[in-house]
Structures are given as structure tokens and as C-alpha cells.
Write a protein that binds this ligand. Structure first.
Ligand SMILES: C[S@@+](CC[C@H](N)C(=O)[O-])C[C@H]1O[C@@H](n2cnc3c(N)ncnc32)[C@H](O)[C@@H]1O
Length: 270
């Protein structure tokens, strides 16, 4: 069993599911209520007990897909909704899922990933790759500061930060403080509607898309130090009086060296 699957399954087994509000959330319900096309292909990733899916299903949306890495909430959903098609209940790691959807719903999923920049970029990229052209990513993102604590979920963020990840891949149709949150989440969440941009697949699949060379370099230096960097990429600016600025200057005009540094960065995130 993967570590993530183990972690989340354990949380369900221990009933440590503080995120679970027990019903469709008011902002999502309001959004669903104005949808007219019941044939939309809708994905709810990291759906948990998936009350939103249940609501949609009961309203006649027949193409709702529920995805979760843990089998427990999926089994509970099936028990509550025995007629729901088994083929639309997907037990899978979101990042390994393949499919095409018109609408993807977010709720307390983004905030569940350890908030490394790479994970957040991967999330945005994966969301875009699962959407049909002009498909929409809609939902709620927490609006409280991200701290240095990389253990305690949910992990926060700001509108500016989220836009940084989503803007390269999506047109932002609206993204603001949610006006109809449930009581415990008032002024603590943003409601967003994002439409997939029409960009070339090469860019959408690039795991480094949206990450600057400066960020890459700073993270590598913080993680490994200059000595190690010099061992891995033999360039003068890593060996003699190394600094971020001088290295950036060199890397920007030396594609082969930049490529090595980017590869090192990608390896460091595995
Ligand atoms: C914080 S809970 C949110 C559940 C639900 N969205 C809600 O609002 O009640 C996060 C959910 O994402 C699932 N999850 C975490 N990582 C996942 C991954 N990589 N792929 C699919 N599901 C994942 C967990 O099992 C859990 O059900």
C-alpha cells in the first residue's frame, strides 16, 4: 500500500476526519443548483464521503465520477447509494488517474497535500490535464496563511499564491472570498471558477511550468548546499564564490547547464 493511501485510510479508520461536514457544502450546492446540463462529465477528486457527488447524482447528473485514494469513503458512499455506478467510483491516486472531464470540483483536497511548491504545481498541472478544452475547475480553497508547519493539515495559502499556480493554465473567471460558506469556514475560504486555457500540451505537461529558475536554484541550494551542487553540475559559478545571482546569470545563457540543474531539481522532488 502506498504511504499516502495508508495515511488517509488510517485517518478514516481512526475517525480523524475533521474536514467532513456531513452534507453538501452550501457554496457548492449553490453552484450546482444553477447548472443546467445534466450530462456534464464531473470529477470530484479526493472526494472523501462525497456528499457533493450524492447531491449531484440525486439531482440527475448521471456522469459524476468520485475519486479517492482510500477505499473506505468509497465503500461508505456505495452503501449510502447502492444504485451509483461502480465504474464511476474510482479508487486511485489522483496523479495517476487518466480521463477527460467538463468540470472538476475542489474542496479540501488541495490543502491536504504537503505544501511543497512542486506538489502545488503538480496539482494545477494535473487538474488542467484532466479537463476538456474550456473545462472548468470550480471550488473552495482555504484562505489562511501557510505556515512552516508541514505536518498539520489543512495547509493554507493565499489568493495570490493560488493564482500563481493556476493562472498559467487557467483563465480566472472568478476567485474571491466565499460569501456563503458554512459557519465554521466563514471568511476562511475562497470560491473560484477557473476555465482551462487553450495551451499547447507540451507546456501543460511540463512539470517545471510556473516554477522560476530562481526558485529552483534557491530550493536546491537550501537542500544540498553549493558543494554538492558543484559535484553534480560542474560549472565554475557553483565552485568559486558561488551566489544565486551569479549562477542565475550563467544558467540563463547556458542551456546545457540549466537543463542539468532542472533535472537535478526534478530528481530532488521524487
Ligand atoms: C481532507 S480530505 C477531503 C475530503 C472531501 N473533499 C471533503 O471535503 O470532505 C482529503 C481527501 O483526499 C484523499 N486523497 C488524498 N490524497 C489523494 C490522492 N493523491 N489521490 C486521491 N485522493 C487523495 C483522502 O483520502 C481524503 O479523502
Amino acid at each position: 500500500m502506498s504511504t499516502d493511501k495508508q495515511y488517509w485510510t488510517q485517518r478514516y479508520e481512526d475517525a480523524l476526519t475533521g474536514w467532513d461536514i456531513g452534507a453538501v457544502s452550501t457554496p457548492l450546492k449553490a453552484y450546482f443548483d444553477q447548472l443546467t446540463d445534466k450530462s456534464l462529465r464531473i470529477l470530484i477528486p479526493g472526494a472523501g464521503n462525497a456528499y457533493e457527488a450524492e447531491y449531484l447524482w440525486k439531482k440527475g447528473f448521471s456522469n459524476v465520477f468520485i475519486l479517492d485514494i482510500s477505499p473506505i469513503p468509497l465503500a461508505l458512499f456505495k452503501k449510502r447509494n447502492p444504485d451509483f455506478k461502480a465504474s464511476q467510483l474510482i479508487e486511485k491516486d489522483f496523479f495517476k488517474h487518466k480521463g477527460v472531464y467538463d468540470l472538476i470540483i475542489e474542496q479540501t483536497f488541495f490543502c491536504s497535500f504537503v505544501p511543497h511548491k512542486m506538489n502545488r504545481v503538480k496539482y494545477a498541472t494535473k487538474m488542467a490535464s484532466l479537463l476538456a478544452p474550456k473545462g472548468k475547475l470550480v471550488g473552495l480553497w482555504f484562505d489562511f496563511p501557510l505556515t512552516e508547519d508541514f505536518e498539520k493539515r489543512p495547509f493554507g495559502g493565499s489568493i495570490k499564491e493560488y493564482k500563481g499556480y493556476l493562472n498559467p493554465l487557467f483563465d480566472i473567471l472568478s476567485f474571491e472570498t466565499c460569501y456563503n460558506s458554512i459557519t465554521g469556514r466563514k471568511n476562511k475560504e475562497l470560491f473560484g471558477i477557473f476555465s482551462k486555457k487553450d495551451i499547447k500540451p507540451k507546456q501543460a505537461n511540463n512539470p517545471l511550468h510556473g516554477i522560476t529558475l530562481k526558485t529552483i536554484l534557491e530550493e536546491l541550494v537550501a537542500k544540498y548546499g553549493w558543494e554538492y551542487m558543484d559535484e553534480k553540475v560542474r560549472i565554475n559559478c557553483f565552485a568559486v564564490n558561488p551566489s544565486i545571482n551569479s549562477s542565475l546569470k550563467f544558467l540563463r545563457k547556458t542551456p546545457w547547464a540549466r537543463e542539468k540543474v532542472e533535472k537535478l531539481y526534478l530528481r530532488s522532488k521524487k
